[in-house]
Design a protein around this ligand. Structure first.
Ligand SMILES: *Cc1c(COP(=O)(O)O)cnc(C)c1O
Length: 400
């Protein structure tokens, strides 16, 4: 891996996978791993789902790309499906989460601009947030480790601390405030849920001051938390929403959803994307959303989420020296560790279970939404074995 022709931007685990089925992946050496990472909440329906394979193959036989110079029927159909099942009335398609956030920020600023409020450019964000790696989205995330060495931080992003409600209120009341941008549950930040009451209060504050509410549901969207979108749990709606990861089930796609009013100023020529809404991405995205919206699918996600959470709670009880708490919603579950999460991550990998690290010393469990009970039990057993081995090590080390 050293000496490869690739940028060194990723600290990769020494594993190469060549095939997958359901929640399982196989390495080039034929070793089998249980995939509760799902490509960071991307493979929403697991690997090689028959309906997604069929949707992709069928579209691949017909037409790959024409660009947004023309009408793309399947793009309209996916937009209509998303709108029929959410707050949204308009959709802009792109190719990633960061691009969906960029579109959301541009939409919010342009909304105020078109109303003559040209000073309303500030986007209010929260510490611990993650919104992507483009120049604007690292400014939105506000984390020094991602900003360092990349020139001036893009202007117009104001960050307040996660729990400082007074600071947020003050920022929203400022005449330069354009929008609040928040993840209903911080994913990369360590599966930190935003308090439901506070989310409702933020909605009210935005309304009171003519500020837009943008939700970053890049990770929480498309059934991940047991509802189509996580904000449904709080019974509020945003003005603008960014979604990506799970939407394509593994095919790169992102989308910015908005109300008619919020999107009104995004007229012809104001924004664009060569690949956004490409027929291949749209065909797969449509199949994913149709599966997630099928009767009983989200009930099953919630039932399985309870199985995972109960299982993890039992592991926390057994190894209080290694783990602290379990948190999250649906199948976006965080296990807060006492020992370094990286150590636990490699210990479970030795047991052939794939998880994802997050901030705040948390390990994320992100199984496919259609994971089987049997695979959940297998994952919990792997975790238990890994914890047992580490716990024993600790006892032996302390005893020496
Ligand atoms: C992953 C993620 C992004 C960035 O998505 P990319 O597709 O990597 O650009 C933005 N926001 C949240 C909440 C994410 O989890």
């Amino acid at each position: 891996m050293g000496g490869s022709a690739l940028f060194d931007t990723f600290a990769r685990a020494p594993l190469s996978f060549e095939k997958g089925e359901g929640a399982w992946v196989w390495t080039t050496d034929g070793e089998k791993y249980l995939d509760f990472a799902s490509g960071v909440a991307v493979n929403a329906l697991g690997h090689a789902h028959p309906r997604l394979r069929a949707a992709l193959a069928e579209q691949a036989d017909k037409l790959w790309h024409v660009s947004n110079l023309y009408d793309i029927p399947v793009q309209r159909e996916l937009a209509e499906l998303l709108c029929a099942n959410s707050f949204a009335e308009r959709v802009f398609f792109c190719n990633s989460g960061a691009e969906a956030i960029e579109a959301a920020v541009k939409t919010a600023r342009r909304y105020h601009y078109a109303r003559g409020d040209v000073d309303r450019i500030d986007i209010i964000t929260f510490d611990g947030a993650f919104h992507g790696r483009t120049l604007a989205t690292i400014a939105a995330g506000g984390q020094d480790k991602y900003l360092e060495g990349f020139g001036p931080k893009a202007a117009g992003f104001i960050q307040v601390s996660f729990d400082d409600h007074e600071a947020a209120k003050e920022a929203i009341a400022a005449p330069t405030a354009a929008a609040v941008l928040i993840e209903p549950i911080q994913g990369e930040g360590g599966v930190r849920p935003v308090d439901t009451q506070w989310l409702r209060e933020l909605r009210d504050l935005c309304d009171e001051h003519g500020v837009l509410l943008i939700l970053d549901e890049v990770q929480t969207g498309i059934g991940r938390t047991g509802r189509l979108f996580a904000h449904e749990w709080a019974e509020i709606t945003p003005d603008i929403l960014a979604v990506a990861k799970g939407l394509g089930g593994g095919f790169p796609v992102g989308a910015c959803l908005a109300t008619e009013e919020a999107a009104a100023a995004m007229t012809a020529g104001t924004h664009g994307s060569t690949f956004g809404g490409n027929p291949l991405a749209m065909a797969v995205g449509k199949a994913v959303v149709e599966c997630v919206l099928e009767d009983g699918f989200l009930d099953e996600v919630n039932r399985k989420a309870l199985l995972v959470k109960q299982g993890l709670a039992a592991v926390v009880d057994t190894y209080p020296d290694l783990f602290e708490t379990v948190r999250g919603a649906g199948l976006l579950i965080g296990l807060k560790c006492r020992l370094p999460a990286a150590m636990m991550l490699s210990a479970v990998r030795d047991e052939h279970l794939l998880l994802v690290p997050a901030g705040d010393n948390v390990l994320r469990f992100l199984p496919p939404l259609n994971v089987s009970d049997e695979d959940i039990r297998a994952a919990l057993q792997s975790l238990d074995r890994a914890a047992g081995a580490l716990s024993l090590d600790a006892v032996q080390t302390n005893g020496q």
